[in-house]
Design a protein around this ligand. Sequence first.
Ligand code: F1P
Length: 306
Amino acid sequence: MTYVKAEIASQPECWRRAAKLADAPGLPERGERVAAVGCGTSWFMAKAYAALREQKGHGETDAFQASEFPRRRRYDRVVAITRSGTTTEVLDVLNDLAGGTPTTVITAEEAQPAARIADRSIVLDFADEQSVVQTRFATSTLALLRAHLGEDIESVAADAEVAVRLPLPVHPALAEQITFLGRGWTVGLAEEAALKCREAAAFWAEAYPAMDYRHGPISIAAPRRAVWAFGEVPTDLPDEVEATGALFVHSRHHGGYAALGSWCGGRAPLDPMADLVVAQRVAVLLATSQGLDPDHPRNLTRSVVL
Ligand code: F1P
């Protein structure tokens, strides 16, 4: 068994543990103007959090790839997400803000520089991973942040218990490409799902805000390709995708999670974070079906140290 398979399967428990840290000191107060930063997977979690925090009325929240953080803007707090605690671009932001803007880091590694440089650190060491490819650290971070925004993580974790067992909606032998879509906070999840497919399986995957999909990317849709939407689906989009011959995948759509009614007794669609778990499992299958080791992706290391 690969490490990543076990790490994916442990997410429901990790999310429950992460949610218990919802009152940790250093998480943004309601009304604060906040920026969230990270690189790669951690950036996509920052994007999801930023959109959700603002949508829920907790205050203006931006998200930046750490290298693109606008140094001249004023924030009440900067939240940095970094599993390793060693990513250079993240450390640069934290160092530049030291003594000025309050900073909080969410990390798996208490002993690494990010936790030392930031004013506050929240350590999710129980969600650390042996696989280079991130799964449970990222989603546990988002579970913690969602819990801090007042969301009920128990029901999300219950959906993840379903997601780790579901039959997969996309089979590697039948798909040569996947485009992931999202709206609002699920745009970050879509980007993360596509990154998982690229990282773990060197598989052609793209991601867009769902409403932008018709503005060009739909040209990619064709038979043997899939379009997988997280969360809210724009009206008519499933029909437009299926007219191209592509498979439309959604946790509630008949053409995607085909037997939804039977596999989860007609319940509501999965929480989008649980839907991401299904996409992580697809990424691993895309890798192993080509004989690739999803724990050690080509050209990747645990963190990028420049
Ligand atoms: C960030 C990151 C990962 C990516 C790869 C390189 O790491 O970009 O998202 O999958 O492992 O590093 P971190 O800052 O969260 O440790």
